[in-house]
Design a protein around this ligand. Structure first.
Ligand code: NAD
Length: 451
């Protein structure tokens, strides 16, 4: 069964409909309903309940769309957003308190002058979500936008249709339906929405659509957050315990069949470490998914045929250390590690977004750093090393959205850390207090006594 919109269905949500919807949202926002702290906290509590009371239905939808294993669905799509909400509930009042300017900074102004910076809600924001973590990447931005006192129009990805339909059903049941509206659909619906004046657009997905979003936003001088992707490198230092590294690397790379924006994309290591690491990765992969991952309930599938064909074509690069099997009828690609990969081969030209891990050999750390800096700034950079000076150099001499040593992808589970890209991997950040900053205007206030 497919709920991909037909041309007839697409006509059901026109630019005029989008315009009317945004007008209704603006009126609700102007009424002041979304501003009180109590209202924001109540909505966050309801969003939390949506997640915890519908665990089964959410896991079923994710399984239907992505064959997402239930444990993975629970951790990434339910528990992570719940932790975000709890962190926000615990700190929101303190974050929203005006930040006073110290008296000595006001020298030259009349006696008794005070000044502060406050967060002011932006108004009505648009959240456009992708299909790979279709619950987390829809609801965590919504949580941030509500916590900051906005109304939200949310567009889930049509490529995860079961999850999109479930969110469209649950959100109006749990949240104030006049302040959060879900619009299902694809390009036509998104285009109709993008023609409207929003106060912020929060887009997660690829850089091509990111450019379309930014161009549309420019028409209205609407600020954007672009959560994009790219090739996130992993540096593996010589002399590390390859089995310990491989366990964490295989788990991060092959989870959700590699379709994670911060998944390790490729490995940089020296010629002596590469083969030992590949063997360790094979052991780690067997421990995760058994001898035949196709029969493992813990292993996912590519989202659709187009992505299957794209990733399958990348299997021809380098030399297969293990894996390499692909079954189109099942959208299954075996966890695969490639050795002796040259930088000019297809697998190194685009974000892989699938369960294929190329290992590129470099002479040393200096060459690895140059390799990273010769390419687009990645969403994440990971290092496995015991050496403090190596950590220092990777931190100081490279640029990436996030930097993680020892455990890939774990940084996004820390709500106090900003999550976002730089350069081609995006602009802006969210999570925790950073979501408040993203979905608010930072207003300056100066009070000078009249007398
Ligand atoms: P996608 O195709 O689901 O696109 C995202 C959204 O854009 C969808 O809602 C879709 O309807 C809309 N869209 C698609 N084409 C459009 C068009 N022509 N005009 C207007 N809207 C359009 O998602 P995707 O791009 O396949 O997702 C994968 C990419 O997203 C990867 O590059 C990945 O790294 C990145 N990603 C980034 C993050 C992050 O947090 N930084 C998270 C997940 C995915």
């Amino acid at each position: 069964m497919s709920t991909t919109p037909t041309p007839e269905a697409a006509q059901l949500f026109t630019e005029a409909d989008a315009g009317a919807l945004v007008t209704r949202h603006r009126a609700v926002h102007r009424s002041g309903r979304t501003k009180p702290l109590a209202w924001r906290r109540e909505q966050l509590g309801r969003l939390r309940a949506l997640l915890t009371e519908n665990r089964e239905a959410i896991a079923d939808a994710l399984h239907a769309d992505l064959r997402k294993p239930r444990a993975e669905a629970g951790a990434a799509e339910i528990d992570l957003p719940v932790r975000e909400i709890d962190h926000t509930l615990a700190h929101l009042e303190q974050w929203l308190a005006p930040e006073p300017v110290a008296a000595e900074e006001l020298a030259g102004l009349p006696e008794g002058t005070t000044a502060s910076a406050t967060y002011e809600p932006l108004g009505t924001v648009l959240v456009i979500a992708p299909w790979n973590y279709p619950v987390q990447l829809l609801l965590v931005p919504i949580a941030g936008a509500l916590a900051a006192g906005n109304t939200v129009v949310a567009k889930p990805s049509e490529l995860a249709p079961a999850t999109s339909a479930l969110m469209a059903r649950l959100i109006p049941r749990h949240l104030d339906p006049e302040t959060v509206t879900v619009v299902e659909g694809g390009v036509a619906e998104t285009t109709a929405l993008l023609a409207q004046r929003f106060d912020h657009i929060f887009y997660t997905g690829n850089g091509t659509v990111g450019r379309i979003v930014m161009r549309a936003a420019a028409e209205h001088l609407t600020p954007v957050t672009l959560e994009l992707g790219g090739k996130s490198p992993v540096f593996v230092d010589r002399g590390v315990d390859v089995d310990a590294v491989a366990r964490r690397l295989a788990d991060a790379k092959f989870r959700n069949a590699g379709q994670t924006c911060v998944a390790p994309d490729y490995v940089l290591t020296d010629a002596a470490t590469a083969p030992a690491l590949a063997e360790a990765l094979e052991r780690a992969t067997k421990a995760l998914f058994g001898a035949d991952p196709q029969t493992s309930a813990a292993y996912g599938r590519l989202v659709n045929e187009r992505h299957f064909d794209r990733v399958a074509a990348l299997l021809a690069s380098g030399r297969t250390a293990f894996g390499g099997r692909a079954d189109r009828a099942d959208r299954y690609i075996e966890p695969t590690v490639l050795l002796d990969v040259r930088p000019d081969e297809p697998v190194m030209q685009e974000e892989i977004f699938g369960p294929v891990l190329p290992i590129v050999t470099v002479a040393d750390l200096t060459e690895a750093i140059a390799f990273v800096n010769d390419r687009d700034k990645p969403l994440a950079l990971y290092g496995f090393t015991e050496d403090e000076s190596t950590r220092r150099r990777l931190a100081a001499e490279t640029s990436s959205g996030g930097l993680g040593f020892g455990l890939p992808m774990a940084h996004l589970r820390v709500p106090a850390l900003p999550f976002g890209g730089v350069g081609e991997s995006g602009m802006g950040a969210y999570h925790g207090q950073h979501s408040i900053a993203t979905f608010s205007h930072r207003k300056a206030r100066l009070d000078v006594p009249l007398g």
